[in-house]
Design a protein around this ligand. Structure first.
Ligand SMILES: C[S@@+](CC[C@H](N)C(=O)[O-])C[C@H]1O[C@@H](n2cnc3c(N)ncnc32)[C@H](O)[C@@H]1O
Length: 387
């Protein structure tokens, strides 16, 4: 049985997540998805114009005495999450306007490095019953890595394929969780804020690999664990409430992992047709600056005619790298790095950026992508729990 610290993997544990996180070793988790309390500050019940009561988030797990209290709690769990996250890992957190800005500030203060914010647009949001504000039709996700220097997994091409060959955008149109997908216990919603499985599907598929360890410190109905299991990842999740832990465990029992063969990332990654000289012409690479080998031991200077010069060797990015490796040929795109913001990045990244900006990739299409995830019951994320 796989373990992480003293915990057996592939289970949901009851307890305070800050205490439980402290039992997980440093740098041991590949992906964290956190859906913390929102601190909604709801005072009393919310009613529709016909006086019927709105089923709003009014749970005791969402109550904090003050912003300060919430910020302290936020910092404690974020520090632990960052500690357990690998240097190659991804951290995701979701929230609303009530909390996401506070969470984001603490994240930056303690060293996380933001990669994107993603807006989860709800095509079927709950109305603003009082009609006193805009209809709140989205939640915000933050995707971050452990530090500025850290790396991360991103299956860019798979996500592009998922989006009909258009670069996946940062606005995700996904309906709120309802119908068959909504877990019920004795006919009642099991959890007031169950997230749609599609949201986790997209996150886990894009930023982790098969067999990676996925952690959710605020498991609720167990959405993260369920999707992680389905996608052949290992998982561990925490929730303070025994009831939710049981709901999650019951849900997990019904999930069958997808066959490993179907989970491989095999997509052909066609390299952009951008010659090195075009990067110089557009100013991505400056004449006179240096390209570096990955280990930083070799530094070749970029000449005006797009060649590199290193220790008497002159030629294209390919020729010079081949010569250094004592080979007939070599792919210079994979060999050379460039210093940007005090970090070495592959020159390959520059040509992708060039392609997206200048080569009619339609990536800036204003149309929201189709929601292409199949709600078929066979996906087994869903179901009623009768206990
Ligand atoms: C917003 S909900 C998560 C919903 C979940 N993403 C889902 O899809 O069902 C937050 C959860 O965090 C749990 N929680 C709140 N404070 C906690 C704490 N200190 N430790 C562990 N769990 C906590 C609550 O019981 C609640 O189930």
């Amino acid at each position: 049985m796989d373990k992480i610290g003293t915990f057996e993997l592939n289970n949901i544990y009851q307890g305070d997540s800050i205490k439980l996180l402290k039992k997980i070793p440093d740098n041991s988790v590949d992906l964290i998805f956190a859906d913390p309390p929102y601190n909604l500050q709801l005072n009393g019940d919310l009613h529709r114009p016909d006086q019927s009561k709105v089923d709003a988030v009014n749970d005791k797990w969402d109550k904090f005495d003050s912003f300060e209290d919430y910020d302290n709690f936020t910092k404690e769990w974020l520090v632990e999450c960052r500690r357990v996250l690998k240097n190659t890992g991804s951290f995701w957190v979701i929230g609303t306007y009530h909390n996401i800005f506070r969470v984001g500030k603490v994240m930056q203060d303690i060293g996380f490095w933001m990669l994107n914010d993603v807006v989860w647009v709800k095509p079927n949001p709950m109305p603003n019953f009082k009609g006193t504000r805009f209809n709140n039709a989205h939640e915000t996700l933050i995707w971050a890595k452990k530090s500025e220097q850290a790396s991360y997994t991103f299956h860019y091409h798979s996500l592009k394929a998922m989006n009909d060959d258009l670069q996946m955008r940062s606005d995700w149109w996904i309906p709120i969780c309802q119908g068959e997908e909504r877990i019920k216990v004795n006919g009642q919603k099991a959890h007031s804020t169950q997230k749609p499985a599609e949201l986790l599907y997209r996150i886990i598929l894009s930023t982790s690999n098969l067999n990676d360890i996925v952690l959710d410190p605020f498991s609720g109905s167990g959405t993260t664990a369920a999707v992680a299991k389905r996608l052949g990842r290992k998982y561990i999740a925490f929730d303070r409430e025994e009831f939710y832990v049981q709901v999650g465990k019951d849900r997990l029992e019904k999930i069958k992992p997808i066959e490993k063969d179907l989970l491989e990332y095999r997509i052909e990654t066609k390299k952009p047709k951008v010659p090195f000289g075009s990067l110089i012409e557009k100013g991505y690479v400056k004449i006179g600056e240096y390209l570096f080998s990955k280990d930083n031991k070799i530094q070749a200077q970029v000449q005006a005619d797009s060649t590199l010069y290193y220790n008497g060797i002159v030629g294209s990015i390919h020729k010079v790298s081949a010569s250094l490796l004592n080979r007939e040929t070599n792919n210079g795109w994979a060999f050379w790095y460039i210093n940007r913001d005090n970090a070495l990045i592959s020159i390959d990244e520059l040509r992708y950026d060039y392609e997206h900006k200048y080569l009619n990739d339609k990536t800036n299409s204003l149309f929201p992508q189709n929601n292409i995830i199949n709600h078929n019951e066979n996906n087994l994320m869903y179901g009623t729990t009768n206990r």
